[in-house]
Write a protein that binds this ligand. Structure first.
Ligand SMILES: *[C@@H]1O[C@H](CO)[C@@H](O)[C@H](O)[C@H]1NC(C)=O
Ligand SMILES: *[C@@H]1O[C@H](CO)[C@@H](O)[C@H](O)[C@H]1NC(C)=O
Ligand SMILES: *[C@@H]1O[C@H](CO)[C@@H](O)[C@H](O)[C@H]1NC(C)=O
Ligand SMILES: *[C@@H]1O[C@H](CO)[C@@H](O)[C@H](O)[C@H]1NC(C)=O
Ligand SMILES: *[C@@H]1O[C@H](CO)[C@@H](O)[C@H](O)[C@H]1NC(C)=O
Ligand SMILES: *[C@@H]1O[C@H](CO)[C@@H](O)[C@H](O)[C@H]1NC(C)=O
Ligand SMILES: *[C@@H]1O[C@H](CO)[C@@H](O)[C@H](O)[C@H]1NC(C)=O
Ligand SMILES: *[C@@H]1O[C@H](CO)[C@@H](O)[C@H](O)[C@H]1NC(C)=O
Length: 370
């Protein structure tokens, strides 16, 4: 497609009389992104410099989605919106368009070849599960006949593409830091990470934690918090989050070898339960949302936790790539399962597959091949 368009453009330029030719050549050079000349190469370099893949907008793309949900055997009942009867399909048709550059297409075969013999591990809560399932579907769509081996243990699920020896692993951890059963009850230890040896042993690590930090009542997974050598009943949850992330950051800085292991932190994944956030006061969930927000701006701005994540990461000595997916995901109020899932609950926290997490993986791929 792109090649044809470019050919037509240059063709038209060549057909103009000689005097106007130079003017039009200049215009062509200035407009055709992929025109091969020293002029456009300079332009491209300038673009690369200012290119932030996380700033942009959603555009309609008739070639989306990248795979059909019925062709991916891994989608859990929580995320398989098509299977559970979601009637609208437009939400499947949007591609992330960065403002100043192109996001490379996800090339599953290239991914499998590049990571032959390697292990990619997602570590976190159910948002990591969402992210992991999307990557498994994208790779399966690229190599549908590759033999797959699945293994589960209490908190690790692995899918291995046998022909490539590529393992995509999910390590379930709600807070990254430890929870330990003690005599007084379950203690959330903000200063302790005991699973690091399992994590470190991988080639790519993608961390995430946020969803569970404000949970209270029966859904709260701990009874006490251990912080700065003291045991407390509760504390400011944002401070707790920041302390746990700092413990994680110190672990990465001291224990991860960046020459063998690439580390990512997935930014905060937003929910859509308050229409005021996206300019529809009174709306209480995502049930009626069928389109992304237009443009690049989310009316409510960023959730405060994003600033905590950014500050902790900016203080680290080892290179960590922030998958800065918050704003682009905020714009996708249409991309949640709502009630189209296997348990019929209203879910405006997780995301349909296929859907938004495929873009997270496209961004992960872009960062890995850069
Ligand atoms: C663009 O030019 C470079 C060198 O000037 C060359 O190596 C490359 O193959 C060209 N690409 C295309 C698409 O013509
Ligand atoms: C997915 O595949 C099924 C069965 O082949 C087909 O009926 C359906 O229209 C496809 N869905 C999309 C979104 O292409
Ligand atoms: C692992 O768990 C998943 C999801 O619970 C399940 O679908 C799959 O069959 C399990 N695989 C094995 C080998 O037990
Ligand atoms: C994961 O499972 C292992 C072995 O079953 C256990 O020792 C470890 O505490 C678990 N980690 C978390 C974070 O649940
Ligand atoms: C929705 O957000 C607005 C603005 O932050 C707030 O005033 C309102 O109380 C929220 N509504 C609910 C139901 O939480
Ligand atoms: C969705 O829109 C329909 C029709 O406008 C309305 O009846 C319904 O209450 C809305 N549902 C929610 C959850 O806002
Ligand atoms: C979205 O914004 C663009 C540019 O600002 C505008 O041309 C387009 O009509 C808008 N689309 C909708 C659906 O509002
Ligand atoms: C970052 O480092 C500075 C200087 O060491 C320190 O004052 C600040 O508290 C740190 N911030 C976080 C979030 O760790």
């Amino acid at each position: 497609m792109k090649g044809t368009t470019m050919g037509l453009r240059t063709g038209r330029c060549w057909s103009f009389p000689v005097l106007t030719f130079l003017i039009f050549l200049f215009l062509c050079l200035a407009t055709a992104d992929s025109f091969n000349s020293s002029f456009s190469k300079v332009k491209y370099r300038i673009q690369e410099k200012v290119c932030n893949l996380y700033e942009g907008r959603w555009v309609y793309d008739e070639f989306y989605p990248p795979y059909n949900s019925s062709a991916c055997p891994f989608i859990r009942k929580e995320f398989d919106c098509q299977k559970y009867g979601r009637p609208d399909h437009l939400y499947l048709k949007f591609r992330w368009q960065p403002a100043n550059c192109q996001l490379p297409e996800f090339n599953g075969l290239d991914f499998l070849e590049r990571f032959r013999g390697k292990k990619i591990m997602f570590i976190g809560d159910s948002v990591s599960l969402n992210h992991w399932q999307s990557l498994v579907c994208l790779l399966h769509a690229a190599a549908p006949f590759s033999t797959i081996i699945r293994e589960n243990s209490s908190n690790i699920s692995t899918v291995t593409f046998q022909d490539y020896m590529v393992s995509v692993i999910l390590f379930h951890s709600l807070y990254l830091v430890d929870i330990q059963e003690e005599e007084i009850g379950r203690v959330l230890k903000l200063d302790s990470i005991s699973n690091g040896d399992v994590w470190r042993n991988n080639d790519v690590l993608v961390f995430n934690t946020w969803l569970w930090w404000y949970r209270r009542g029966p859904r709260q997974q701990w009874d006490y918090i251990q912080v700065d050598g003291k045991i407390v009943k509760d504390m400011d949850r944002m401070v707790a989050f920041q302390k746990a992330l700092t413990t994680w950051a110190n672990w990465v800085d001291s224990d991860v070898d960046p020459t063998t292991t690439k580390v990512f932190f997935q930014g905060i994944s937003p929910s859509h339960y308050n229409g005021t956030d996206w300019g529809e006061p009174g709306v209480m969930n995502c049930a009626n949302e069928t389109l992304p927000l237009n443009g690049s701006i989310y009316p409510a701005g960023l959730p405060p936790a994003v600033y905590v994540v950014k500050e902790v990461i900016s203080n680290m000595s080892k290179p960590v790539h922030l998958l800065d997916i918050t704003t682009l995901s905020q714009l996708r109020k249409d991309a949640h399962p709502s009630s189209y899932n296997g348990f019929k609950g209203m879910d405006c926290t997780h995301w349909c597959i296929p859907g938004l997490p495929d873009t997270w993986n496209q961004l992960l791929y872009a960062a890995l091949i850069a």
